[in-house]
Design a binder for this molecule. Sequence first.
Ligand SMILES: [Zn+2]
Length: 507
Amino acid sequence: MGKKVRTAIEPTRVENYPLWYQQVVKSADLAENSEVRGCMVIKPWGYTIWENIQRNLDAMFKETGHVNAYFPLFIPKSYFEKEAEHVEGFAKECAVVTHTRLEDDGKGGLKPAGKLTEELVVRPTSETIIGASFSKWVNSYRDLPLLINQWANVVRWELRTRMFLRTTEFLWQEGHTVHATETEAMDETYKMLDVYAEFAETYLALPVLKGQKSESEKFPGAVSTYSIEAMMQDRKALQAGTSHFLGQNFAKASNIKFQNAEGTEEYAWTTSWGVSTRLIGALIMAHSDDNGLVLPPRIAPAHIVIVPIIRQEEQRAAVMEYVEKLAAELRAIWYYEKKLVVEVDSRDIAGGEKVWQWIKKGVPIRLEIGPRDMENNSVFMGRRDMAPNEKKGVDVNEFVQEAKKLLDDIQTNIYQKALQFRQEHSHIIDDKAEFYRFFTPKNEENPEIHGGFVRSHWCSSAECEEKIKDDLKVTIRNIPFGEAAENGHCIYCGKDSEKRVIFAKAY
Ligand SMILES: [Zn+2]
């Protein structure tokens, strides 16, 4: 047995993945649990990642013709009652406002008063309240398509929560569109799924699989739901975004009608689509290592950190001048849609400690600069996608010239690592016993990292899907696009099947 290598994060991924995740979040200073159970405080480093997600996605939404608007946080309970499946899907996790004020309770405390005649639900999603506006906005075929997005917070009363992955309140965007025809609404549904996939792969360096959700996993009230699914390093799937074709269900519930070119009144066709702060959870779990967070440069709050190494006070002025000059040069460089963000860490703490803090925060490039580097016109550089001790001296001018290319290189490398990991843990399984073995940990008490993505045949019955879920906690992630039709036998019941679907354990 080799000596255990000390890592900045303990436990390691292999030792205890859920605890490792919590430690990465904590040591990168991304977020913390709040006093309100199930709700988190997103700290500046974590929130800047969200802002970067927002900014870039928002640009993609606008490029595809969407505009932003804002709708109320409160939804009259009766709105939910209009769409039966919808209310059933969300009823168990609604926060309900029943009173409008607080009154002295006569015992030194306060009691709710001013009971509402109709209770208000704190939005868990906005189809019905937005539908109420759309029914007024849409009158003629000339008003269509209507392409709206909202950035907002939502509340779903979760019993078991986990920072970024599942919290009672979270941040998200929800797109809501109205179309004259079924074909146009379907095209929109696919288009936005493509936008999500492109965003996940280009910015988050997250390879995803696009596909359709099974009946039991679709959005409550939708005709069909499509998702992008990513593999985390514990080989579980994470649904990173969804796009729903709502047919005329919500148009009928909210009375969204329009007069067509022939003058006849018709119900419209609608879609909705969303991603949330869950993407930050995906980012953490897909790329980080046993030394902490690893950030793809295109989404990182800072691209480069410079740590001045000053051992004697009389060196300080000269080193700092050299460092500030370099930082200014770097900050003038455009990296995609914004200039490079460069941190100079001049805090009065030991250099080694600083360097480790930045490693844990996932900054793509670290530069350590002391008097000797200054004399040699060089920088001592470390990359976050490589081991912490793989550092090297580089000529300073060369570094400035190559900085953008280096960041692109890191971005690609992080994506390739994630893709390779997914490929290594994706399998085709046709035998039921093997399927069950594959998804069963050897150590039931303290399960080791196991499983992965499995492509197996499925007969399309909800019953087989349910049994597999009950037995193994494995679900159909999606029915992937682009899979060739192929005759086979359902992995559970053995009946005829025409397609393979992706099975996995999931967040
Ligand atoms: Zn079956």
